[in-house]
Design a protein around this ligand. Structure first.
Ligand code: FES
Length: 310
């Protein structure tokens, strides 16, 4: 969709909230809480941003963008070039991080700009009358995105802020999550350090009760890619994937039409089924049970050979 920027709010010194509206239509595809959209930049690159507006309002989308001076350039471009009336190319919402309906309690753990999906999720939880709590970790209390909005929704009772610039420094301890609680769901979005700490602290929780949203590729500097064979289940064709190319690239070069977006293993658009092989999963989305028969073609590989179901 080509959406028009109808409002820009300087939420913090480094974060702008952009409001997007269809120039001709009154409604947009309805997002569910926790959904994100892809924004296509002028150089063709795609960036994912969680929707942080009210999920019940389908007339607008809102995205919060932190300016990352040493990032990949997307946030800088949005901050420096987008103004009221600008047109952005935006996908329909996709949700890899949905609120679990009927949970007894939701615990949201957000770090920095990773708080954005929770803005919509707490509104949905509150409207459903479900119990929730946010642990909000920020480096600086003056640079806490969406803080005023979250406090208005949550009150002081359901929101705790861990600010690194407080004296003494306040630091969230993931070990405080404790033992598994039946019916409680944990959602975490933020920097890798926070995600890793929560993963470790919840390692004995059922996988179905712990949910992560990641927008940066998992760093594994020591990974050494090896070539492998990819058999197409429907035709029996076998295609060699060299060490310096992804399965996605090789399929495209052979004329297969495979959708993709982030090409970092974080958005889920290139997911496919597989069988008969040992896959080396390098994405940040699939849980342990899904990894038994699903893979992300942009980053995941196989040991020796795999059969993919496109
Ligand atoms: S393109 Fe986003 S996970 Fe593969």
């Amino acid at each position: 969709m080509k959406l028009m920027v109808t409002n820009i709010v300087h939420d913090t010194p480094t974060v702008k909230i952009f409001t997007l509206k269809h120039p001709l239509r009154d409604t947009l595809p309805t997002p569910s809480a926790g959904a994100h959209v892809d924004v296509r930049l002028p150089d063709g690159k795609i960036r994912q941003y969680s929707l942080c507006g009210d999920p019940a309002d389908d007339s607008i989308y809102q995205i919060a963008v932190r300016r990352e001076d040493d990032g990949r350039g997307g946030s800088r471009w949005l901050h420096d070039n987008v103004e009221l009336g600008s047109i952005l190319h935006v996908s329909a919402p996709r949700n890899n991080f949905p609120l679990v309906a009927g949970a007894k309690r939701h615990l949201f753990i957000g770090g920095g700009i990773g708080i954005t999906p929770f803005s919509a999720m707490v509104q949905a939880a509150k409207e459903a009358g479900e119990e929730f709590f946010i642990e909000y970790c920020v480096r600086s209390s003056v640079d806490a995105p969406l803080f005023a909005k979250l406090r208005a929704i949550c009150g002081d009772k359901n929101l705790r802020v861990w600010a690194g610039d407080q004296i003494p420094k306040l630091r969230f301890d993931a070990a405080s999550i404790g033992a598994p609680v039946e019916g409680m769901h944990i959602y975490c979005c933020g920097p890798n350090s926070l995600v890793n700490a929560v993963r470790k602290a919840t390692s004995d929780w059922p996988e179905s009760q712990v949910h992560f949203e990641v927008f940066a590729a998992t760093l594994d500097e020591n990974f050494k890619a090896e070539p492998f064979d990819m058999k197409i289940a429907s035709t029996g064709e076998v295609i060699r994937v060299p060490a310096n190319q992804s399965a996605l690239d090789v399929l495209r070069a052979r004329g297969f039409i495979v959708s993709s977006s982030c090409e970092l293993g974080v958005c889920g658009s290139c997911e496919c089924g597989y069988k008969d092989g040992t896959v080396i999963h390098r994405d940040s989305i699939l849980g342990v049970s899904s990894r038994q028969d699903r893979m992300m073609l942009c980053v995941s590989r196989a040991r020796v050979a795999v059969t993919v179901e496109l």
